[in-house]
Design a binder for this molecule. Structure first.
Ligand code: NAD
Ligand code: TDX
Length: 338
């Protein structure tokens, strides 16, 4: 029997590349990565993978002819599309929403149409941001039945793409599953994102930047745990179902900055408050009971502080990976007073 063949979109980005590493280490699947190689990508994130089992195709998920060419051969047992590609940064979506509509919405539509034509198994990667935000003292967390209520252009386009998937399952019988995950951290995350920005700022002697008062809460999960959850859903998930992925990692932004400062040998109050993000979601929190009880998944990084320390070490040891993106990223933030 041929080994399964996965088409991983966005596989040169932070979480997609983590998934490619995970799949190659834990299965015998072959992987084709479809990635536009935008500013957020790094082909170097795919370095060191076994020759002959992974192929990188540079292209756009909204390019119907290219998508057709890549999806048509996925006819074997276990073959699937795993759709990570997206414009992923909220701050960018506030500056210019247009690429978010193109990639997140039209790109998903293009992949779904190909999956429909060929009967291809499809897994859709999404975010907890589609549910909007929670009050700090809300005892409830997000579940699979929480109503959609996105706040930013980014989360609105992700919500729209999720709804397309649900409609294509119901109306056309597309063999799809969905997952909505909380905030990821770990190696190879772009320096525009919160944790790598603060770590690399400190390496450069710049004080960390907290939006507003820093009270906003994010529910952190290591990217490796996100990947193991997605593989579990691909292997055991029920078609048409949504699974929430989270590792009980709620922390305020201020707590995270204080931890990074401590781990990097600085005073815990050595940070600055800067202009808040417009429409800034207050709190995200995931209840992942369904994934754990139905599919038997558990996270391997229950200790956020240990995972964060390993992430700090990774950025210290891999400056060549991020240095090229740092100045332009900070110049963009400086314009926004952040
Ligand atoms: P990222 O920005 O690091 O990577 C996105 C990748 O998609 C890049 O390699 C980019 O080149 C590629 N891409 C962008 N537009 C494309 C297009 N039109 N065609 C083909 N490729 C294109 O993002 P990430 O943080 O790795 O997020 C990956 C997925 O996970 C996204 O769908 C995001 O919504 C979801 N997600 C992210 C988080 C998080 O904390 N980062 C949490 C939950 C869900
Ligand atoms: O310099 C900063 N200071 C700061 O206080 C930056 C860059 C961010 N923040 C805050 C904003 C958020 O409350 O930190 C928190 C995390 O910010 P981001 O890293 O931009 O992530 P977030 O907006 O929460 O979205 C992330 O998680 C969900 C991903 O970027 C999304 O792709 C994913 O869907």
């Amino acid at each position: 029997m041929m080994s399964p063949h996965l088409l991983v979109t966005g596989g040169a980005g932070f979480i997609g590349s983590n998934f490619v590493h995970h799949v190659l280490a834990h299965t015998d699947a072959r992987v084709t990565v479809l990635d536009k190689l935008t500013y957020a990508s790094s082909a170097a994130s795919l370095d060191g993978l076994p020759e002959g089992r992974v192929r990188l195709v540079e292209g756009d998920v909204a390019d119907a002819a290219l998508v057709e060419e890549l999806v048509a051969p996925l006819t074997g047992e276990g073959d699937a599309i795993v759709h990570y590609a997206a414009e992923s940064h909220n701050d960018n979506s506030l500056a210019d929403p247009s690429p978010f509509l193109h990639t997140n919405f039209t790109g998903t539509f293009t992949l779904l149409e190909a999956a429909r034509r060929h009967g291809t198994r499809y897994h859709h990667i999404s975010t907890d941001e589609v549910y909007g935000d929670l009050a700090l003292d809300d005892p409830e967390r997000f579940t699979e039945t929480t109503a959609y209520n996105p706040s930013s252009p980014y989360s609105a386009t992700k919500a729209g793409s999720d709804l397309l998937v649900r409609a294509w399952v119901r109306s056309f019988g597309v063999q799809a599953t969905l997952s909505n995950c909380s905030n990821n951290y770990g190696p190879r995350q772009h320096v525009e994102k919160f944790i790598p920005r603060q770590i690399t700022n400190l390496i450069d002697g710049i004080r960390p930047r907290l939006y507003g008062m820093g009270e906003n809460v994010r529910d952190w999960i290591h990217a490796d745990d996100h990947s193991s959850a997605v593989l579990t859903i691909l292997e055991k998930g029920r078609i048409g179902e949504t699974y929430l992925i989270g590792a009980d990692g709620e922390k305020s932004n201020k707590e995270v900055v204080e931890l990074i400062l401590q781990q990097m040998g600085r005073e815990a109050d050595d940070f600055d408050h800067v202009t808040d993000r417009p429409g800034h979601d207050l709190r995200y929190a995931i209840d992942s009971t369904k994934l754990r009880t139905e599919l038997g998944w558990t996270p391997s990084y229950p200790d956020f502080e240990a995972g964060l320390a390993a992430t700090v070490d990774w950025y210290r040891g891999n400056e060549a990976w991020w240095r090229g993106q740092k100045a332009a990223t900070e110049a963009k933030y400086a314009k926004a007073g952040q």
